[in-house]
Design a protein around this ligand. Structure first.
Ligand code: HEC
Ligand code: HEC
Length: 388
């Protein structure tokens, strides 16, 4: 989770630079020559209803694209599919372009586009695991988190480390473990830290080769349909919030939290369940949250996520200063221990947390953080973490 390379690789500037320059060039060349033809063709098949038939033959519903946020959304994807169909008939037809929407972000397929058959079934299983991990991969989840709580819109939302951008980045070198990581290994890391697998029934993340990964990766492959391999895509990863003059301060963050976050995540940070006991708002600290080894436990990573995604429905409403401070506040609380800690906290701090912005192994209100809380000792631990 918390690797320094991600921070560099995934900064927004990197993504926008690499991606938009290439796309723009490609568009100028291919677009000028073929854009009109393509557009006319797209409009034609759209009007003729051929599109709708093609679409439902693929397992889609006619109104699927209308369910997107914006009337413009989905058009780039339609154009890509149309170009694919055209090229099938005539190999010299213009190559399909990656589906990039009016906002400059990649357009993954919508739910209604999940194909029929064995592949579609695997995609759905992967989607279910992603959205409701405690239900569909229960033996490997040691907290109350689901993948989609940090990778929003079921892994679609830009700047919440969307799966379409991740899929085309692997295999990749990570300084966190100093080796080439496959996508499967990367997901395993998320189980270990974000899902706190140490406290799960299995006691650890699924072994490499497990069906859980197969289904998740099939889902991600499908979400990335049309994404260029190896490209640093705009909106991939989390954004990087610029350092502020005042730095970060959890005490200032407490007020930001009370005003902007407590309504949903609770004054005690434990989230909220609905009448059926299903979690509606996820916990931010304590035994049911991500552990000390997770990327989100780093203040800079959390600040990037929060700035672009929280409060839910009001992205970018916090100032940079508020994002830093509230990230510091939530990450100043106890949570499950870092599973890599075998000796003392100080040893683990030096080995795994030395260069990072986190409270691991540091004092907050006179107490060293990183001790960890587990479900068994939650009552006291949460209370002491909350009362200041
Ligand atoms: C507590 C929040 C959280 C949860 C829960 C979580 N992740 Fe992540 N995930 C992150 C963070 C933080 C990163 C690193 C993003 C960065 O640094 O840009 C990440 C990165 C990833 C990446 C690599 C993204 C990239 O662009 O390289 C993948 C793949 C991924 N997560 C999959 C999953 C899956 C699958 C699950 C569920 C089993 C999951 N995550 C659960 C927070 C979370
Ligand atoms: C309107 C309700 C709402 C508000 C207000 C809100 N959140 Fe969230 N937050 C959510 C939901 C819901 C999710 C899970 C994502 C999803 O289901 O789409 C989430 C996810 C998160 C996550 C990642 C998952 C986790 O539990 O670790 C963090 C961190 C987070 N919110 C922090 C904040 C912070 C900080 C604020 C205040 C600045 C805030 N949220 C305000 C509803 C809210």
């Amino acid at each position: 989770m918390n690797n320094s390379d991600n921070l560099q690789d995934n900064s927004e500037t990197d993504y926008s630079k690499n991606y938009s320059v290439k796309v723009t060039t490609r568009r100028l060349v291919a677009g000028a020559a073929a854009g009109l033809v393509l557009f006319a063709f797209g409009a034609l098949i759209h009007q003729s209803g051929v599109w709708d038939k093609m679409y439902s033959a693929m397992g889609g519903k006619d109104d699927s694209l209308a369910s997107r946020n914006n009337a413009e959304d989905g058009k780039a994807r339609q154009a890509m599919l149309a170009a694919r169909a055209a090229q099938k008939k005539d190999p010299s037809a213009p190559a399909p372009l990656p589906p990039v929407g009016h906002d400059g972000y990649f357009e993954p397929p919508s739910e209604a586009e999940i194909p029929k058959g064995a592949l579609g079934e695997a995609i759905k299983r992967g989607r279910n695991i992603f959205v409701d991990t405690p239900k569909y991969a229960s033996q490997y989840v040691g907290n109350s988190m689901a993948c989609a709580q940090c990778h929003l819109d079921a892994g679609r939302r830009e700047n919440s480390a969307p799966m379409w951008a991740a899929y085309v980045q692997y295999p990749k070198f990570r300084s966190k473990n100093n080796k080439i990581n496959t996508l499967e290994e990367r997901i395993q890391g998320c189980f270990t830290y974000s899902m706190n697998a140490q406290a799960s029934a299995a006691g650890k993340a699924p072994a490499l080769g497990d069906e859980v990964y197969k289904d998740l990766m099939t889902y991600m492959y499908w979400l990335a349909d049309g994404a260029p391999t190896g490209e640093n895509m705009r909106g991939g990863g989390y954004i990087k919030v610029k350092a502020t003059e005042q730095g970060y301060d959890w005490k200032r963050g407490q007020a930001v939290y009370a005003q902007n976050c407590a309504l949903c995540h609770g004054a005690d940070g434990q989230g909220q369940k609905d009448a059926n006991g299903k979690l509606r708002f996820p916990p931010l600290w304590g035994p049911e949250a991500y552990n000390w080894g997770a990327g989100m436990a780093r203040i800079d990573t959390a600040a990037g996520f929060i700035k672009a995604n929280m409060p839910l429905g009001k992205p970018y409403s916090l100032t940079d200063q508020e994002a830093w401070d509230v990230a510091a506040f939530i990450d100043s609380h106890e949570r499950p221990k870092d599973p890599r800690q075998s000796g003392t906290i100080e040893e683990a701090r030096q080995k795994f947390h030395a260069d990072e912005k986190s409270y691991y192994g540091k004092e907050v209100d006179g107490q060293i953080r990183g001790v960890g809380v587990s479900r068994g000792n939650s009552a006291t631990a949460v209370a002491s973490a909350t009362v200041r």
